[in-house]
Design a protein around this ligand. Structure first.
Ligand SMILES: [Zn+2]
Length: 288
């Protein structure tokens, strides 16, 4: 339940008129892919809302002491991750947060081909139109000019990320306020440069992968580069808040696979809908 106090806070903060909603599949995705962008626009005074579609119940668990929370044992990971997400939100300073359809409505479907997709509340098994309507209701409430989600491949192919893309592309045209839709992507050049820096740094505590091991988008396709250097420390704090999912190292982080991922000084986007003029370095650039 959102209390009246929180609604009051929502109204008072984010008063510069710019409003953005970022749609993510699981707790941690918001910080990994768009943490710097969230922190930057929130710090500047924009109204920034993260929508999370599932509780991430099927995630791997890094700390051994927490492994019994998993879907294979206590099945309490979703509730635990909601607290991690709230801590990440405090680190990033976002204005508001919503769970699609209410907290716990849709369950993490797991990686492609796993039985968790058969769960009756699995996000990928739900009715797409119903989910798009749930998102449209959030957009109608918050009236963002800008909406952000993944590309049609979901960034790296996770079925829940693809579904988040699908419902966002269905909902955004139904919301009168939305002027631009962006897809969050990883810039090939930024990742390649970041990995080279990690190799030069020596032991970072994780395995530094080959350039082509991480999913990236060619820079010719990137339309929008958001400088996050002044807010990168908040992104690291938010990543650290997701302790079941993320290990933070020097200038990088790793998921349970132990593969180092760099944290570039910018986040990259592809404009999927709306006017391109002014969007080169600012999600809101050139909008009324
Ligand atoms: Zn995810």
């Amino acid at each position: 339940m959102i209390s009246d106090d929180e609604r009051g806070t929502d109204r008072q903060r984010g008063t510069d008129g710019r409003r953005v909603v970022l749609v993510h599949a699981h707790p941690d995705d918001e910080s990994i892919t768009t943490g710097g962008t969230i922190a930057r626009y929130a710090a500047e005074g924009a109204h920034v809302t993260v929508v999370t579609c599932t509780l991430g119940e099927e995630g791997e668990i890094i700390p051994p002491a927490l492994s019994e929370l998993g879907a294979w044992a206590g099945d309490q990971l979703g509730g635990y991750r909601s607290a991690e997400l709230a801590a990440a939100g405090r680190a990033l300073g976002w204005t508001a947060h919503r769970y699609l359809g209410g907290m716990g409505r849709w369950r993490d479907s797991g990686m492609a081909g796993t039985p968790s997709a058969e769960h009756p509340r699995a996000f990928v098994g739900g009715d797409l139109d119903q989910q798009a309507e749930q998102l449209t209701a959030i957009l109608d409430e918050l009236r963002p000019q800008v909406v952000v989600t993944y590309d049609s491949h979901g960034g790296y192919g996770h079925p829940d990320h693809i579904r988040a893309h699908e419902i966002t592309m269905a909902a955004a045209p139904r919301a009168a306020s939305v002027q631009r839709v962006f897809h969050t992507v990883s810039s090939r050049r930024a990742v390649t440069d970041g990995l080279a820096a990690l190799r030069a740094a020596g032991d970072v505590g994780f395995r530094v992968p080959a350039d082509d091991e991480l999913p990236t988008t060619p820079d010719e396709a990137v339309t929008t580069v958001v400088d996050i250097r002044a807010h990168r420390w908040r992104k690291f704090a938010a990543l650290a808040a997701h302790e079941t999912q993320v290990d933070v190292g020097p200038d990088c982080f790793a998921l349970s696979n132990g593969i180092a991922q760099p944290v570039p000084g910018a986040e990259h986007f592809v404009l999927a809908h709306g006017p391109a003029e002014g969007a080169e370095t600012d999600l809101f650039g050139g909008l009324r």
